[in-house]
Design a protein around this ligand. Sequence first.
Ligand code: BGC
Length: 549
Amino acid sequence: MRSSNAQVYIIGCFAAIGGLLFGYDIGVISGVLTIRDFITTFGDQDDVQRQTLRDETTGSIVGILQAGCFIGALCAGQAADRLSRKYSIVVFSIIFTIGAILQGAAVHLAMLLVGRFIAGLAVGALSMLVPVYQSELASKEVRGRLISLQQFAITIGIAVSFWINFGTSKMQGSISWRLPLFLQLVPGIILGVGILFFPFSPRWLVSQNRDDEAIIVLARIRSDGDTNNPQVQEEYGEIKAEIETEKEVSVNSYAKLLQPPIRRRLVLGVLIQIFQQLTGINAVMYYAPKIFKQAGLSDNSVSLLATGITGVVNVCATIPAILWIDTWGRRPTMIYGAAVMALSMLTMGGLMGSHGRKVSESSNSVTVLLDTQAVKYTIIVFVYMFVAAFAMSWGCIGWIYPAEIFPMNMRSKGTSITTAANWLFNLIIAFCVPVLITKITYGVYLIFGIFCVIMATCVFLFYPETKQKTLEEMDMVFGDKRKRRKIKHGFNAERDNNSEDEPNTTVQRKKYIYRGPRLDTKKVYFSMLTSIPVFPEVTKQDLGKDMLF
Ligand code: BGC
């Protein structure tokens, strides 16, 4: 199974380019907004004189991306089921490319806003498609790690955008902002073209009755192409049984998401994404210079450097999660992560409150003067501690958990709603935090700290552990008895009607065995690439009497 995981990692890393676009697009704008030529191009005379865009303009340039992300995430659910996960990634990469061109080539504000909205549609959609695609290709042992790669790519995207901004801001003329905006085209095109050479999700293939291709994909990613490998057979059997059962209980409409037993998973998935934003991570990501300034780093370049370090901490602290998240487990990671974040936020707020003096610079800028250097540095250390705790825990799990809890037929629909919830709260935080920082200063950190305590408590009380479970075992994890049953696998599997751990069920137990290899592998690869099924001549009889289609 080792070489097979290598294949899965390659596919997972490649798909994670979607995360790179996500991170880069949200990160690049903060720097671009401050570039002189950008202000001249998109601001009015007052803005040019003040050398800063007015709040409404800044707000719409930043917020329109998240609004696009929200809508894109919602649309991606249908696309992922109809077009496949893979082709949806292609389509949204093309949409992203169009958005990036419009942004880089913008000659007036409307064009820039349209470009950011279109790019947002794609970023939102990809932020849902990539984890779903990764989760459906991964084995249960490395699923958390594989999805964490998307988070890793997000953090790299944010950090790279910061340093690119830093480099190009010294340039003269419109190239100083057009270049960073155009540069996103490169990963966008690489993702859209490159993903064509990777397989379809085997689970999606089975859901489309393209079992022959599914088994070849499973064999390719799990056992060097050996379709007879027992583990491949077992996984195929589980997927097939799960999907057939879902068809019998017709779990496939948005309305079903709101009914038991799936409703509970929807609520947990939506909450996890909302909580991820309520940690306050984007208060730090979007407004770190402002926070550092408030904490007493009044020199602009020092506060920018401190912000740059935040990006580096974010990237580095994601690495332990990639390595160990499948060992740590989802629950402890979320609980300890939230506890450390709560400690950091409450300490920051407490120190600012008890050792700070508010000084109003203008109606929309307030500085907190701290009485000692020690307090100042302690606050900065806690900002980094907060970011590290987020990166190791909720940063990854916010994407992992929703992508793994839904049954196959509801996975893309469910994940599109949970992802949209993330973007909605991302937007809300982006708008509220600057106002709150000015109005209640240290109170903002106390509020986020309290949210972190609530999150840890909710996870402790309501969230089941999902590590090391196959996607098909999630019904058991969530105690969904209606669909629970035991499936026997393997070539010589017998029907087992006497198993004690099986609850009564109305669904007839079936076993699904694929008796390969009987397929022309070249034809199947062609089919995987083109989506044209190539084996209509294969019948049930050809495939063996136990194969139930
Ligand atoms: C969050 C983003 C955040 C980023 C920071 C992601 O998981 O969804 O909103 O900006 O992490 O690394």
